[in-house]
Each structure stands twice: as C-alpha cells, then as structure tokens.
Design a protein around this ligand. Structure first.
Ligand code: HSE
Length: 308
C-alpha cells in the first residue's frame, strides 16, 4: 500500500443541452486532492466553497476513498485529506462528481490500483445516481454513457480540437437535488423525440466537426424549460451568447452555470453574457476555458482557464 497520493480531478458539464443524464464533458478546471496516511484523521480544505465542505467522516471525498478501500478489501488507516478546490459548488460544474471521482481514484491508488476503471465507474454512478458527470470526471473528454444493471457503458465523443467554452457562473446556487425535483415525469413523446434528434445530432456534429449544427443540436425540451422556473433569465443568456458569436449555449448540468460553445470570440461572448446577466440583475462571473482530455489522475495540472 502507498502512503501518499495527489489526484487532480476535472470539473464537468453534463447534458450539453439535450443529453439529459447521458452526455458529459470534462473542463479544464481542476481540484487537487492529496491523501496521506497519518496518525489522526484530518480534512483540510481551501478554495471554492471551503466553508461549506464537511471536515468530518461524512465528507463525500472521504466516503469515496473509504468505498474504494472496502471494495479493494483493504482496511482503511487514519488519513489526512488536503483539498484545493477550484470547482464552484452547486453551479452545475460537477463538484460532487469531482469529489467522488477524486476520492475513488485516490483510494484506489493508495490500495495499489486493484480496482478497474469499470469498477470505479460503477461505484461513482452508485454515489451520484446518474453517470453523466462522474464518467467524464474519471475518464476526461466528452463521454456518452448509459447504465446497465448498475454498470456504466460509455463511449468517447471526439471533439473538434478548437472547441472552446465560455461560462457564466451565477452567484446563486441550484442544488442538483432541488433542480431535479422540479422536472416533470412522465415526458411528452413530442419532447422526447425533439431531444432524441438533437442529442443524436450533437454527437454526430461534435465527432465530425459540423460546428454549424451546434445551435440546433444543443436545444433541449426535457430539463431546461422546467428549470427556467428558478432561472428565468436562462434563455436571454443563451440568446446573448449566440448573438455574440457562440455556436450553441446550454445550462450546465442542473445549473446554475450557463455555457456557450465557440471556436473564437470568447471575449465578446463573455461580455455579452455579462451584459445580459446585468440586465437581468444577476450577479456572477465569466470564465473562458476549454474541454479537457484529462480525467482524474496523478497528471500535472495544465489548466488554461482565464477569468475576465
Ligand atoms: N444530468 C444531471 C441533471 C446533471 O441535469 O440533473 C446534474 O449535474
């Protein structure tokens, strides 16, 4: 068994518009987690949402580490966790999936890597209840996933190399549990067909570089319209981003972040999002970043995100 490991784990955006609970993409924003065998249990957190993160054994990262130890059949020693958090909490950027993926990866590394990626994906899904954030958090890139008997079937969606993202991260939170509770069930067949066409188009458009299709391919009728009840300005932000040159725009995961896809014009899109947010009296911040091929792992951090 190893006595210390540092894991970098990416933020993720889920759904990408129509791919509710099935599509997710890692972003070039990362948390760093160092776990070492220690004399006493301790959790230290700095950065985004540090005050809101539990320092007790109920901490999600610790729970995930513990799960990896249990599954590997290794008794867990007292651990010291040091977390540097760059992923905003409850903004649809996969902070919870990053905690789970980082913890599972760290626990598995400390135990000597006995668990396979399929094991980690199944454990991650069991924590999250949907696979679309935790799959790209573990694997990196853009990933389509489906759950089969508790296991995650997945395939990478190749992305155009020049694809970029501009984020408006509101100051208000949309906790996933609440943002899922407002979704209607069952859905209308016409809405299901609308989304099926768009998600198929989105995967095809991304993998073949048909960026001209992204505006249509990022539309959604399953989760964004009902979520407008708690985020009425959402369509105005989408429209502002498109008018400034974005190829498509969507609510990131369960919100509240809005993401615009582009290949250039990041500053103009950021300025348009900020202006639209201002008109709607919404405070928040703009971040330009890009998809990342790196999933959770011990790789160096090459973050190229820019705040402006
Ligand atoms: N697919 C999930 C949702 C993502 O939209 O509720 C949550 O981050």
């Amino acid at each position: 068994m190893r006595d210390k490991v540092t894991i970098l784990v990416p933020a993720t955006t889920a759904n990408l518009g129509p791919g509710f609970d099935t599509l997710g993409m890692a972003l070039d924003i990362r948390n760093a987690l160092t776990v070492s065998v220690a004399d006493d249990f301790a959790i230290e957190v700095e950065g985004e949402g540090a005050a809101a993160i539990s320092r007790g054994p109920d901490n999600v990262i610790y729970q995930a580490i513990r799960t990896a130890f249990d599954r590997a059949g290794v008794a867990i020693p007292p651990l010291r966790l040091q977390v540097r958090s760059d992923i905003p909490l409850a903004r649809g950027l996969g902070s919870s999936a990053a905690a789970v993926a980082g913890g599972l990866m760290a626990g598995n590394a400390l135990c000597g890597g006995r668990l396979s990626m399929d094991d980690l994906l199944a454990l991650g899904y069991a924590f999250e209840g949907h696979p679309d954030n935790v799959t790209p958090a573990l694997l990196g890139g853009c990933v389509a996933s489906a759950v089969v008997d508790g296991k995650v079937a997945y395939a990478r969606v190749p992305l155009p190399e020049n694809l970029r993202t501009v984020l408006f991260i509101p100051d208000f939170e949309m906790p996933t549990k609440e943002a899922r509770a407002i979704l209607p069930d069952p859905v209308r067949r016409a809405d299901a067909v609308f989304n099926l066409g768009r998600v198929a188009l989105l995967v095809a458009a991304l993998s073949t570089g048909r960026l001209d299709l992204l505006r249509t391919a990022t539309e959604d009728r399953l989760h964004q319209p009902p979520r407008q009840a708690v985020f009425p300005a959402m369509p105005l932000l989408f429209q502002a981003a498109i008018e400034a040159g974005a190829l498509g725009a969507f609510l990131s995961g369960a919100g509240s972040t809005v993401i615009a896809l582009c290949v250039d014009k990041e500053e103009a899109i950021g300025a348009a999002l900020a202006a639209a947010a201002g008109r709607a009296s919404l405070s928040g911040r703009i971040l330009a970043t890009r998809p990342s091929d790196l999933g959770a792992g011990e790789s160096p951090d090459h973050s190229s995100s820019r705040r402006f």
